[in-house]
Design a protein around this ligand. Structure first.
Ligand code: NDP
Length: 323
């Protein structure tokens, strides 16, 4: 990276943004740690509403970023996605449009934006890979979020072809870690279950997991993902997206997740599955082959260790975290 890089991280107060901050502040390696010529700016919604063009313009005018990691988004689990499809579509489209346009206007050298594996076609072959993003309609449960996110890739190619911009994107699988959103209804499965298990332990009530527990997912620890985001910003040159995920063999069931949470929380009470609740897609196995070709020596934190660290963080920060 050239001298005097100013790296603007949108969504800097969220699950992934806090993890990027943690790695930048704590990792001492050449590959992931902070470099002397870099200034990192972590934004939250208090710095401006990214849905508003004038707020985004003011942010770019203030910081004059040379690089952007664009994480800010309206994010939520299955049940919130089913309920607010237009909000997911519109709010994410507005934020992405404003960030990418101002990045072009301010000659930003590189933007890394964030897609998600849940935007892939519902009817597909497995494992999913980066070439399949636009191959068919997404699952109906989250079509608002999915189409909004898919447009980032369309934008990236259009900006590249018309203006030569170096805008790219990454596709993480399910993310978890400190600073997650632990709301009982709107959250993703892992933080939601962490909170439920905590309350079951505290109130001496049963721990009931929604759905059958059978669906399979790949989870990535937010601090592993943060390292890969930093690698992408510094070293990945393609416009096409890259999947950031653990391997196919590391896919786990929702029951495995719940079992690990029960263990990390040391929950001894009654524990059951409510199969009358929706399961969502049965699986969406993604291939991390492209990533492993680029960075074969990357070491993912073992799932049980990452869950333990996350649950410990949750318990220690219960009073102040998002819930
Ligand atoms: P969080 O919900 O934890 O954080 C969202 C961030 O976006 C917060 O910093 C929030 O600011 C900011 N934000 C939201 N709306 C606005 C707005 N209108 N104006 C300014 N800032 C706003 O999200 P994650 O960290 O989980 O997600 C980061 C990225 O990763 C997203 O693009 C998401 O789509 C993607 N992703 C997430 C997955 C997951 O499992 N969590 C899976 C795959 C992809 P504030 O704190 O002030 O509200």
């Amino acid at each position: 990276m050239a001298t005097e890089s100013v790296i603007l991280v949108t969504g800097g107060s969220g699950l992934v943004g806090e993890a990027v901050k943690w790695v930048i502040e704590n990792d001492k390696s050449e590959r992931y740690g902070k470099k002397d010529n870099e200034k990192w700016i972590f934004l939250s919604s208090k710095d401006g509403d990214l849905r508003k063009e004038q707020d985004v313009k003011a942010i770019f005018e203030k910081y004059k970023p040379t690089h952007v990691i664009h994480l800010a988004a309206m994010v939520g689990g299955l049940f919130k996605n089913m309920k607010y499809k237009l909000d997911f579509l519109r709010e994410n489209m507005l934020m992405n449009d404003n960030i990418l346009w101002q990045s072009k206007e301010y000659n930003v050298k590189k933007v890394v934006s964030c897609l998600s594996t849940c935007i892939f076609p519902d009817k597909t072959t497995y494992p999913i890979d980066e070439t399949m993003v636009h191959n068919g309609p997404p699952h109906e449960s989250n079509f608002g979020y999915a189409h909004g996110k898919r447009m980032i890739d369309v934008y990236n190619h259009a900006y590249h072809e018309q203006f030569g911009c170096h805008f790219t994107s990454v596709i993480p699988t399910n993310i978890f870690g400190p600073h997650d959103n632990y709301e009982l209804e709107g959250s993703h499965v892992l933080p939601g279950l962490t909170h439920k298990c905590y309350l079951a332990k505290k109130n001496n009530t049963p721990f009931v997991v929604w759905g059958s527990g059978k669906p399979l997912r790949q989870f990535i620890y937010s601090r592993d993902l943060a390292k890969l985001f930093i690698w992408t910003l510094r070293e990945y040159e393609e416009i096409d997206p890259i999947i950031l995920s653990v391997g196919e063999k590391d896919e786990v069931s929702i029951k495995d997740v719940a079992d690990n949470i029960v263990k990390a929380m040391d929950f001894q009470g009654e524990y059951a599955f409510d199969s009358t609740k929706a399961d969502g897609q049965y699986k969406k196995t993604a291939s991390n082959e492209k990533l492993m070709k680029y960075i074969p020596d990357f070491e993912f934190t073992p799932f049980d260790v990452a869950i333990k660290e996350s649950v410990e963080w949750f318990v220690e920060n219960y009073d102040t975290l998002r819930k």
